[in-house]
Design a protein around this ligand. Structure first.
Ligand code: NAD
Length: 501
């Protein structure tokens, strides 16, 4: 498959090529062939898209912000229906572009559908409120208004999902948006824009610029006519976005990385079923989408008495994970997204081994001849790791699980919190009191007890520490895209006589 989409930039309801005429090849990570050719936008394209969004916002009087909230919600529900209509096509496109399995691609479409429906329901119910001003002569209300032009910048690992977690609440709240997907995986975001258009979104309410982080994303972050920038991606780019946004004092929401602990107490594994579940979920936590998940449970922190039994079984099962092209039947783990991501993973594993880690599974590329053209890496388990190692502190974003051990509950908590990030973590224990105690002490935005990875559109998602600023999903995910305005009306105005003259 090689599709020509050189007109992948969407501005004021029109599809166009990059102002410079430049294009970019989108590569299939399973065999390094060309999947599609898209427009390689630049700063001029970003400016045009921002100008269109600014005009369409029209100081809050434009066609989209002035659309009644019930109609905005109805449009989001139409988008959800269209996503389900195109579920197979979108799931396949996500699988091909991001390298995930077809099943994961389909699940992403379902999650995205839920997010559009959730924000459609929420926005009609989360209205303003009347405030008791303490006087019958005062009518005081707090109303919600859209922020304005929102720049939405997304990463390559969950392209459709990350874009939707921003687009759905931003549009629900009445903002106009400029979206910039990752240059590595732009295809499903382009497809989503077509669905927004088909659903009847007014021209200019949503705009799309395909192109690199610098200059396109950088321009969006600094542009004075952008009122809010919501960024999901790595820590290094996130800090640049924050700096670029400072001069114009725009609102900034950041969803950054994670180095997420999965804490397993021995009491979770006293039965055969408990042991099997904890091992199974530790694999899921670390290796789904080849570990290219911001909330990947890439740090296994296991009670010392359980370590050998647990790690032996983990390693045995990690070696059996079936690697291959995400669309091939039976495949459980696809490739890494790019040659750079593969090289990064190889480098991290080499440095961990040099620092004393013990290889228990994986540790290299698969040997099968049909996997040699793609960016595959075997699920890898590294035992005997510790906080001093780079691989324990930094996000790999590959299929690599490190193992650390603890003896006491306090030690487990201290290890789990010993990270500059704070996105997510898991706790496994058959002792409900202990599990709740540990969960309460974890400095992470999401904590799973006896589970790993599920999230709900109704529950906020985001991080403590360097995992970010703000929250997506849940009521806070809508609040990010709203200004609050207090309107105080004096029903019986009289002079205050503060000044007596
Ligand atoms: P990245 O930071 O390289 O890129 C993310 C996006 O930012 C891309 O669209 C990129 O083009 C753009 N960008 C790059 N430099 C920029 C700049 N100077 N100004 C503006 N935009 C710029 O991240 P990535 O490699 O695409 O994604 C992986 C990272 O994303 C990981 O660190 C992962 O943890 C994080 N992530 C976080 C979450 C979350 O919810 N917290 C979710 C998914 C991914």
């Amino acid at each position: 498959m090689s599709e020509h989409q050189e007109n992948s930039i969407y501005v004021a309801g029109e599809w166009r090529t990059a102002a410079s005429g430049a294009t970019r090849e989108v590569i299939d990570p399973a065999d390094a062939t060309i999947l599609a050719v898209v427009a390689e936008g630049g700063a001029r394209d970003a400016d045009a898209a921002i100008a269109a969004a600014h005009r369409a916002f029209g100081e809050g009087r434009g066609p989209w912000p002035s659309t009644p909230v019930a109609e905005r919600a109805a449009l989001l529900r139409r988008v959800a229906d269209l996503l389900q209509r195109d579920r197979e096509e979108l799931g396949l496109l996500e699988s091909l572009d991001a390298g995930k399995t077809l099943e994961e691609g389909r699940v992403d479409v379902d999650c995205v559908t839920d997010a559009f429906r959730y924000f459609a329901d929420l926005v009609v119910n989360e209205t303003g409120r009347v405030v008791d001003a303490g006087s019958p002569d005062v009518h005081s209300v707090v109303v919600h208004e859209p922020v304005g032009v929102c720049a939405l910048i997304t990463p390559w690992n969950y392209p459709l999902l990350q874009a939707s977690w921003k687009i759905a609440p931003a549009l629900a709240a009445g903002n106009t948006v400029v979206v910039k997907p990752s240059e590595i995986t732009p295809l499903t975001t382009i497809a989503l824009m077509r669905l927004l258009d088909e659903a009847g979104l007014p021209a200019g309410a949503a705009n799309l610029v395909t192109g690199p982080g610098d200059p396109v994303g950088a321009r969006m972050a600094e542009h004075p006519d952008v009122d809010l920038v919501s960024f999901t991606g790595g820590l290094a780019s996130g800090t640049k976005v924050m700096r670029a946004a400072a001069d114009s004092v725009k609102k900034v929401a950041l969803e950054l990385g994670g180095k997420n602990p999965n804490v397993v107490f021995a009491d979770a594994c006293t039965t055969a079923e408990g042991f099997d579940t904890a091992v199974d979920q530790a694999l899921n936590a670390a290796f789904i989408h080849s570990g290219q998940v911001c909330s990947a449970g890439s740090r296994l922190i296991v009670e010392e008495s359980l370590r050998e039994r647990f790690v032996a079984e983990l390693a045995r099962r990690a070696d059996r994970i079936r690697i291959g092209r995400g669309t091939d039947p039976g495949v459980e783990c696809g490739p890494l997204v790019s040659a750079a991501q593969l090289a990064r993973t190889e480098d991290f594993v080499a440095s961990a081994l040099a620092e004393g880690a013990v290889l228990r599974a994986g540790g290299g590329r698969p040997a099968e001849p049909h996997l040699q053209d793609g960016w595959f890496y075997r699920p890898t388990v590294l035992d005997r790791c510790h906080r001093g190692m780079r691989i324990v502190r930094e996000e790999v974003f590959g299929p690599v699980l490190t193992v650390e051990t603890f003896r006491t509950e306090d030690e487990a908590v201290a290890l789990a919190n010993d990270t500059e990030y704070g996105l997510a973590g898991g706790v496994w224990s058959a002792d409900a009191g202990r599990a709740r105690r540990v969960a309460a002490r974890l400095r992470h935005g999401t904590v799973w007890i006896n589970d790993f990875h599920p999230y709900l559109p109704q529950a906020e998602w985001g991080g403590f520490g360097k995992s970010g600023i703000g929250r997506e999903l849940g009521p806070a995910g809508l609040a990010e895209y709203r200004e609050s305005k207090h309107v105080y009306q004096n029903l019986a105005p009289r002079p205050v006589r503060w000044f007596k003259g």
